[in-house]
Structures are given as structure tokens and as C-alpha cells.
Design a protein around this ligand. Structure first.
Ligand SMILES: Cc1ncc(COP(=O)(O)O)c(C=O)c1O
Length: 450
């Protein structure tokens, strides 16, 4: 029989469905970058990747630590004695020293205001795997989770594709500083019930991606009260917990449940070292659940996405070095803060306003004044110009399920200083040209009237 690669009948319904969520401008932007990546000398007119919320500003600090600690790597002369012990089969609880070090790191990142029990740490392949694992444990296919929007575009893939869980966006608006309200949650919950959809929980990223903001204590308390009353789960993706560089500080859900009565079985935290340590390639994801049954079930399931024992071994030593971790977090935060200042000032100089972002590796730009019309068609038309002509991969609000056209997320900590300056220069030229066109059109209209 002839094998046709396009014959989707050869695949399962689930695999060939479009639930992968990749048919979004967020991923199209990545493809545009992959097809024509900027390089300062080999492709200076290529697309600059500004769609990746990654912290690449502090690799030198980690490289320095690795050089000073050769025993932590099993592929060095000094560390090879541990090779056999580390490379044999590990049970899916993970190395005890790794879980201890991660628990301590999670405490440090939350200002030492809470404690985490190492036995509750469940490993997964990045926050991606951790989020999916929780959906798998908490909901059946067809059940739903409420998600405040705008939200991280890959949630559509990560939370839904293989689990069959539905996502119900709860719209937050700029008029309210994109804050989630209990009123909006109540309405979304009621509408789901009317449509015969079982809501199993609420999932949100705090600090937020794309907004970069943190939730205040009152909001967090109101969310805990809401999920308690409805007896549904609360999943807090705290992947961006560290390196908040402006007051107010980040407050973790783990702090809130210390100070109020609630059913802790409903509370689950997702964490990862992808952002705060800048190590997305290591695929270290964590589920921290206060529910024993979820911990037990999640641990069995984590065998699908275990962190390699070599990575665990290295990170156990690195994260246990408290002096290094303290220095790294402070310095990384300082560098990110500087980059944020340079970039947002550059945008302000050409009249682009940014939403108050507390996370310094990205910002939420208000490009509503540049839209040809205040619609999502207008937003996509502007995005196509930015990606095809200006050659910057920024992500349009539509891909974050934002309900207001004209907002764009732009990331700037995944590049060096020179590339940042080139990106700013391209934005200056683009906005200058737009203003020129606007003035010419206004003059033409004026002449017609006269
Ligand atoms: C809110 C949020 N959750 C999860 C992820 C995925 O993280 P990881 O690389 O650890 O899988 C991201 C990545 O950008 C994110 O922004």
C-alpha cells in the first residue's frame, strides 16, 4: 500500500485534530522567524525574535558556576565517579537532593515567607508538562477550566489537546487594568452551567504572561473564596515568580492559603526553572499540590516527563549553593530591569505606551493608535506589516485571547544589547513612517475640503 504522508486517517483522531493550538499568529510569528532569522552579519535584514519570553542575560553567571564546580557535572574528570550512580534507572520520585534543593529554591524565590515540603514536589517536563499533568489529574475530557484572558497562547495546546479539557476564557479589560473580577468569574461559571459544561477549576498565571503584572492579595483571596464556594480547583502557574523588579512584590498563592481558611486539597502550584533560572532547555517543571491524592497520581504520571537525572544532579548542587542563588537572582533581576528600562524608554520616545509591567523580560504594548481600524482585522493587518516589513516577531493580543484589538506582547531579554538597539531602531523608523503617512493623508483630506 502506498503511504501518503498527508493521509491523516493513518493517525488517531486526537493526533490529527487541530486541538494542537498552533494555528495561531503566536506560532506563525515563530515560523516567520525560523524561515528568516536575524543574524548581525549573515542576515542583518532578518526577523528579530521578540516572541520568546526568555531570560538570556545571565548565562555567564551560570557558566562561571559550572567552571568552579566541575564535580556537579558527571561528564568531567572531577565528576565522572558519580556517572554510574546517576545514569542508572531513577525512580520517578526524583533524586532526594534535587527535590530538597528545588523546595528551598521555591522558598527563596517567595522571599522565605512560606515553606515547601520536598515530598510534595512532583517533576514534569517543564511547566508545559506540569500544567498538562494537572489537567489530566483534575478533569475529564469535556470538563472545563476557567482562564482569565489575555493568557499564554500555548495553554490552548498544553491544557487541552491530549486531555480533552475545555478552556473557558474570562475576559479582563484595560478599563479595569486587566484585573480579574469575581463578577466576571461568576458569570463565566453560570454560562458554563447553562451550556451543561462542568467547570472543574480555574487556572491562571501569576505573574501574568502576557501582562507581566502580579495579582494583589485581595484579588488572590477573592479567587480562593470563589473556588472554595464552588468546590473547584485552583491551579496557579507561578513560572515567573522571581525577578519582579518593582513594588508591589509578588505574592504566591502559598502565602494566601497560610492566612485564610480554605480547602487546601483544591490548591495546586505549577513552577519551572525555565524563566527564573533562564533554563528552558533543561525542561524542569514542578507540580506542587497540597492534595495528597494528586501528588500520588501526579508522581505516577510524571514518568512520562521526567527530568533527566543528569540535569537533576547538576541542579541539586547549583541550587543548594545559597550564596550563588542569592547572587544570581539579584544580578539577573538587575540586568533584566536595566534592559526593561532601555526598551520601554525607547518605545515611549516614539509615543508607544506600555502597560505597567512588573516582569522585566517582556511588555504589553498599546498599539491601538496605529490600527487602521479598531478591529481584530486591523490588528492582524498591523501585525503582518510588523512581521513582514519591519521584521520583528511580536505577538498580537488576539493570540492571547485578548478581547480588545491593538495590544501586542514584545519580549526583549532573549537578545544582546546590539540586537535590542537594532529592534528599537526598526520601531523608530516604522512609527516615523506611519506618522508621515498619517500627516500626508490628513493634508490630502484637508485640501479636498478646501
Ligand atoms: C505562563 C507559562 N506557563 C508555562 C510556560 C511553559 O514553560 P516551560 O518552558 O517550563 O514548559 C510558559 C512559557 O512561556 C509560560 O509563559
Amino acid at each position: 500500500m502506498e503511504f501518503k504522508s498527508g493521509n491523516t486517517q493513518l493517525l488517531s483522531k486526537l493526533a490529527s485534530s487541530d486541538q494542537h493550538g498552533e494555528n495561531s499568529p503566536y506560532f506563525d510569528g515563530w515560523k516567520a522567524y525560523d524561515n528568516d532569522p536575524f543574524h548581525p552579519t549573515q542576515n542583518p535584514n532578518g526577523v528579530i525574535q521578540m516572541g520568546l519570553a526568555e531570560n538570556q542575560l545571565s548565562f555567564d553567571l551560570i557558566e562561571e558556576w559550572i567552571k568552579k564546580n566541575p564535580r556537579a557535572s558527571i561528564c568531567t574528570l572531577e565528576g565522572v565517579n558519580a556517572f554510574k550512580d546517576i545514569s542508572i534507572f531513577q525512580d520517578y520520585h526524583g533524586l532526594p537532593e534535587f527535590r530538597n534543593a528545588v523546595a528551598k529554591f521555591m522558598e527563596k524565590v517567595r522571599g522565605g515567607r512560606v515553606t515547601f515540603v520536598p515530598d510534595r514536589i512532583v517533576m514534569a517536563g517543564g511547566a508545559t508538562g506540569a500544567n498538562e499533568l494537572l489537567m489530566f489529574c483534575l478533569a475529564d475530557p469535556g470538563d472545563a477550566f476557567l482562564v482569565p484572558s489575555p493568557y499564554y497562547p500555548a495553554f490552548d495546546r498544553d491544557l487541552s489537546w491530549r486531555t480533552g479539557v475545555k478552556l473557558l476564557p474570562v475576559a479582563c479589560k484595560s478599563s479595569n487594568n486587566f484585573k480579574i473580577t469575581v463578577q466576571a468569574l461568576e458569570e463565566a461559571y453560570k454560562n458554563a452551567k447553562k451550556a451543561n459544561i462542568k467547570v472543574k477549576g480555574l487556572i491562571m498565571a501569576n505573574p501574568s504572561n502576557p501582562l507581566g503584572t502580579t495579582m494583589d492579595k485581595d484579588t488572590l483571596r477573592s479567587l480562593v473564596t470563589f473556588i472554595n464556594e464552588k468546590e473547584i480547583h485552583l491551579v496557579c502557574d507561578e513560572i515567573y515568580a522571581a525577578t519582579i523588579f518593582r513594588a508591589p512584590n509578588f505574592v504566591s498563592i502559598s502565602e494566601i492559603i497560610e492566612e485564610m481558611q480554605c480547602n487546601r486539597d483544591l490548591i495546586h502550584i505549577v513552577y519551572s526553572l525555565s524563566k527564573d533560572m533562564g533554563l528552558p532547555g533543561f525542561r524542569v517543571g514542578i507540580v506542587y499540590s497540597y492534595n495528597d491524592t494528586v501528588v500520588n497520581c501526579g508522581r505516577k504520571m510524571s514518568s512520562f516527563g521526567l527530568v533527566s537525572s543528569q540535569t537533576q544532579h547538576l541542579l541539586a548542587a547549583m541550587l543548594a549553593d545559597e550564596e550563588f542563588v542569592e547572587m544570581f537572582l539579584a544580578e539577573s533581576s538587575r540586568r533584566l530591569g536595566n534592559r526593561h528600562k532601555i526598551f520601554t524608554r525607547g518605545l515611549e520616545e516614539v509615543g508607544i505606551k506600555c502597560y505597567l509591567s512588573l516582569r522585566p523580560e517582556k511588555t504589553w504594548m498599546d498599539l491601538r493608535p496605529l490600527l487602521s481600524e479598531p478591529t481584530f482585522e486591523g490588528e492582524m493587518a498591523l501585525w503582518r506589516v510588523i512581521i513582514n516589513d519591519v521584521k520583528l516577531n511580536v505577538s498580537p493580543g488576539l493570540s492571547f485571547h485578548c478581547v480588545e484589538p491593538g495590544w501586542f506582547r514584545v519580549c526583549f531579554a532573549n537578545m544582546d544589547d546590539e540586537t535590542t538597539e537594532i529592534a528599537l531602531q526598526r520601531i523608530r523608523t516604522f512609527v516615523g513612517e506611519r506618522k508621515e503617512i498619517d500627516t500626508q493623508e490628513k493634508n490630502k483630506r484637508y485640501k479636498k475640503i478646501c
